[in-house]
Design a protein around this ligand. Structure first.
Ligand SMILES: C[S@@+](CC[C@H](N)C(=O)[O-])C[C@H]1O[C@@H](n2cnc3c(N)ncnc32)[C@H](O)[C@@H]1O
Length: 258
């Protein structure tokens, strides 16, 4: 990506979010905001996002996201009234993971699936489209939960159960499959995730699939040695441009016995 293109991206809300995840100097913020009603959030999301589809690795899934035509694409981040809107971007790790699920529906069929750090909910939607018996979308951002419900409806699906508590570190539930799209962008979060995933696998034999575009925090983490690569996808041009030159995104299976 040229410096000329990079600058406006860095200055925009969208660019700053991507930059933050890419370089990750801060932890995700937990807000003490009192959130408005789901009704109000739905209206706010409708007014500040656009329906997208074609530009991702999963054009069959339609999502409400930020686009250059949306106010907060370029607006000063301080004006955004909620927690950082990670849900308004379809991250390259989530795109690869959802593509893999759609290409291999047997992975989700009849399974009890957790999409952890669900953001816009694309991987939960992919799991539902593939016939998962039960899908739970978990994201600590309340607005993400509403966006996920809206995105499910947009794809003609019943919304999944959405949980906004922090499940990492809790006693593991008996999920048969956990999906993690682009969740290894912060070292401390990655370490907590690693030990929690380890319990999920040991207690319930849960299968864990991870989508990641090769972020430094992922590649250098100890969990990386315990992963088996299942697929790699070349990112569409527009996704590459928005993600500082990332070109591929991979799907990995966590195999702690390795
Ligand atoms: C980089 S985004 C990835 C979103 C989505 N999986 C995708 O690939 O498009 C990371 C998401 O994880 C959520 N998150 C961060 N920490 C979390 C935690 N402890 N539990 C659940 N979600 C978390 C954020 O709110 C954000 O929506």
């Amino acid at each position: 990506m040229s410096a000329a293109l990079l600058m406006p991206l860095k200055c925009s809300r969208h660019g700053k979010l991507i930059y933050k995840v890419f370089t990750q100097t801060q932890r995700h913020r937990y807000l003490s905001n009192v959130y408005p009603s789901a009704e109000h959030l739905r209206k706010f999301i409708s007014e500040n996002t656009e329906i997208t589809g074609e530009q991702s690795l999963t054009p069959e899934i339609r999502l409400r996201l930020f686009t250059p035509r949306c106010r907060f694409w370029r607006e000063r981040p301080e004006l955004w009234p909620f927690d950082d809107p990670y849900w308004a971007i379809y991250w390259p790790g989530g795109q690869a993971l959802s593509r893999y699920v759609l290409d291999n529906p047997e992975v989700c069929r009849d399974q009890t699936v957790l999409d952890l750090g669900s953001g816009c909910g694309a991987s939960a939607i992919a799991a539902k489209l593939c016939g998962a018996a039960h899908v739970l979308a978990n994201d600590i951002d309340t607005v993400a939960a509403v966006a996920t419900q809206m995105n499910c409806e947009l794809n003609g699906l019943e919304p999944p159960v959405c949980v906004t508590t922090n499940m990492i570190g809790s006693e593991p539930d008996a999920f048969s499959l956990i999906l993690l799209g682009d969740m290894f962008y912060d070292e401390a979060l990655a370490t907590h995730l690693h030990s929690w995933l380890d319990s999920c696998v040991r207690v319930h034999g849960t299968k864990v699939l991870i989508g990641d575009p090769g972020r430094a925090q992922f590649e250098s983490h100890s969990i990386r040695q315990l992963l088996h690569q299942l697929a790699q996808f070349e990112l569409p041009e527009s996704v590459r441009e928005e993600n500082y030159g990332l070109t591929f995104s991979s799907v990995w299976c966590y195999r702690p016995e390795l």
